[in-house]
Design a protein around this ligand. Structure first.
Ligand code: BGC
Length: 370
């Protein structure tokens, strides 16, 4: 079967012929790959800056945003049947006795760092025709989401962040009584999303859908397609072309939550100085290491203490975030179907893999397997 693989030693990305996987345990499921999304992480791996092949292998099959259709199940599989659609989680547990989170199935919070990730770290990924894994790593997807379900994995980043924001902001019971519960308008509900790539735009949809008055701040102009897309789902768009960070609050009001989706650390710390009392600031980007930069640490620390602010980093996602993503994607499709469709800007056959992996054009580009 065909697969897209990165050979870090030879600095090559190639279409290879791989062995079709077979079920080896009773709780395993085999899917035929339908679509795999391409993200910044894949491009980093293809630029040989990130990613590690499995032990003993000279290559890594990439891809971690997978939608598949079940073709075979082991005798102990209960929740999936042939013909079902499913997406897969990315991280696999470290297996070490000393790691309580992995033991609980929460490898997204692994303590040891010895976790693996399909398509990223020491495990082959999903840009291949068939995938086998244990049932616990699949999440069933309703048929009506077939067209957009490849967006589930990138949406899980925001879903995990939202779960964490609700948990943290339980400390403000007058304005955030409970996750998804009744909220009092005007309190704690101005969300600022930094960046208008797929993670930012899906995050903006998730925050808007959760009742936040949501603003996306990015480079493109206020008359651009991106700006128009943001407004199409009820969020506000502010361009850095016309509004400096120091003027953001003037335009959008108090910033209660920031969802960072740029990987730009400098910009993020500048925004951190602008956030309001009791705010939560969430980092999701993984910046390349470009060396130290000067920031006013006294001012940041003083602000954070005197304003009860929380700075939170979040990576990967557990089953709960995948389930919320599938539920919310259904909401998005009921409320803003055209906006969701506009996120998918290109579908490429596996033979044309170079274009989406090497270019940064469009929003979410996808490789299809037919
Ligand atoms: C993936 C996560 C992964 C992270 C770090 C992201 O692109 O969506 O699942 O944990 O990269 O490797």
């Amino acid at each position: 079967m065909k697969a897209i693989a990165v050979f870090p030693q030879q600095r090559e990305v190639r279409l290879i012929d791989a062995q079709e996987p077979r079920l080896t345990g009773p709780d395993e499921v085999k899917v035929r790959t339908l679509e795999v999304g391409v993200c910044g992480t894949d491009r980093e791996i293809c630029g040989f800056h990130y990613g590690t092949p499995p032990e003993g292998s000279g290559h890594l099959v990439i891809g971690h945003e997978c939608l598949g259709e079940v073709v075979e199940t082991g005798p102990a599989v209960r929740g999936l049947r042939k013909g079902d659609l499913a997406v897969l989680t990315v991280r696999r547990p470290c297996g070490l006795e000393t790691c309580p989170s992995c033991r609980e199935g929460r490898q997204d919070f692994c303590y040891t760092g010895a976790f693996t990730e399909r398509g990223i770290k020491q495990q082959h990924g999903f840009m291949t025709e068939f995938v086998v894994d244990r049932e616990r790593y699949f999440i069933p997807v309703p048929r009506e989401l077939r067209e957009v379900a490849v967006l589930v994995e990138p949406l899980t980043i925001a879903e995990k962040a939202l779960i964490e924001v609700w948990q943290v902001q339980q400390r403000l019971p007058w304005s955030c009584p409970s996750a998804g519960g009744e909220r009092k308008p005007g309190h704690c509900h101005h969300a600022l999303v930094l960046g208008a790539g797929p993670i930012g735009l899906l995050g903006a949809m998730a925050f808007a859908n959760a009742g936040f008055s949501t603003v996306v701040y990015s480079r493109e102009g206020e008359k651009s397609d991106k700006a128009d897309l943001v407004r199409s789902f009820g969020a506000q768009y502010i361009s850095s072309e016309v509004t400096e960070i120091s003027n953001l609050v003037e335009r959008m009001g108090t910033i209660d939550v920031v969802y960072e989706a740029t990987g730009a650390s400098r910009l993020s710390f500048e925004v951190l100085e602008q956030v309001g009392p009791n705010a939560a600031f969430i980092f999701t980007g993984v910046p390349g290491l470009k060396g130290p930069a000067a920031i006013d640490t006294d001012r940041i620390m003083r602000n954070m203490v005197l304003k009860n602010q929380v700075l939170l980093g979040t990576v990967n996602a557990g089953r709960d975030a995948f389930e919320n993503a599938i539920r919310d994607l259904g909401d998005f499709m009921r409320k803003w179907p055209d906006s969701v469709r506009r996120l998918i800007t290109g579908r490429y056959a596996i033979g044309d893999y170079r274009t989406p992996l090497l270019s940064t054009d469009g929003i979410k580009n996808i490789i299809t397997f037919n």
